[in-house]
Design a protein. Sequence first.
Length: 456
Amino acid sequence: MKRSFHVHVFLMTLLGVALFLGGARISVRYFADDLLLNYFNETLAHHAAREIEEAGLALDVGLMLRNLSKTIDDLKPGELRVSLDDANYQQGDLQWQPLRKQSEKHPVASSYVTSEGQVWSVLRTPVLNGGHQLYIAVQRQALERSLEEVLAIRDATTQKILPIVLAFAVLCSFLISYTSFYPVNELQKSFAKIQIHRRDDQISSRSNYKEFAEFIHYFNALIDRLRKSYEQAARFSSDVSHELRTPLTIVRGHIDRLLQQAEDNSAQQIQLALVGDEVERLISITDKLLLLARADAGELLKNPAQMNFSDRLGQKVDALTIDSETLEVTCSISPKIQLNCDEALIDLLLSNLFNNAVKYNVPQGWIKVSAHTDGQSLQFSIHNTTHLSLNSGMDERVFDRFYRHRETSDQSSSSATGSGLGLSLCREIVKAHGGTIQLRKAANPSVGFEITLPLG
């Protein structure tokens, strides 16, 4: 199974979003402790400033201790201390840092002190008109418990909204991959519109992103080289066919005259007949090469007109039934199917398909012909038994020019003659009419071709 680059980008984007969310979670858990602890200090300082404002000169340390204890959840006895001018915190080696958010009237500084085997977060602020220093000390483990509670709430919330987060991640990944691939898809559509026989048909780099400019330049250069080679090959095929047809026609005329002059059933007449058959085969090849050259130039369909396809196909089936008495021919044809087409080309298409159905059939085999319409398009098919092997080789390559699948079901080579151009020409005729042709295989063994053509 082919890998999808679109799916690859989608998965990589989804992985990136997942890594971002996971990284954000880990960062908060292991690298944001100091920020959250500083936030708790700022909150405690805010409550302390309010207590100081309300108390004024009648500051009661014990009352403040009880009130501040209520602001910290799950606080144990002895984990919070409030004191005035405490000598333990007036050591000269302590480094006091002002808090980022604090009251202008009561500026607060913080520091960490280790006492009694515990780390204390200490806040300091001047009180009583600046004559004293108020110290508020809280054990770091108390703040860490509050931090764990906050993280636990975050984790519980994350679990509840996890489906929404995942859906959001998938949606973001899809949108990013879609928008990233949109210009690529538009460029791909531009590639599909390129017609090899249109000399000035190229992709403009101005209408695409500048990152594609160099790629578009190389693509246009490649198309130009391919178009030049294609034109040279088509011109060579057309020129050779034209040059060969005239002498071959002259040779055929001489052979016909010699056949008339030769004694009936003589060896000379038989040899001339064999040579005449080969000349006819060469003329047929040159005619097909001319038509293929016209198809390469986009000039195959010249004279479309309304044709009663049902009558024309019925005539082909009747002729086939008469000429192939050993084959069982059945048909299912809807009446009065009107097809806008080039009659000569459609007649050649039918002739090639019917000739192949007879040429590669088995003794006492069968041929089934079907033609129906849905009001918009024609569905035409021809199926037949075959002596050819349906294994490797019997695939889309049968439409390639000069390709011949000759392996039979008994592993020998088919003796049926052909140029390998008939099905190639059939495909070009169908394509010129805006239709499709597909190869179908069955285990009978049988093989068939199904054609869809627009009616208008």
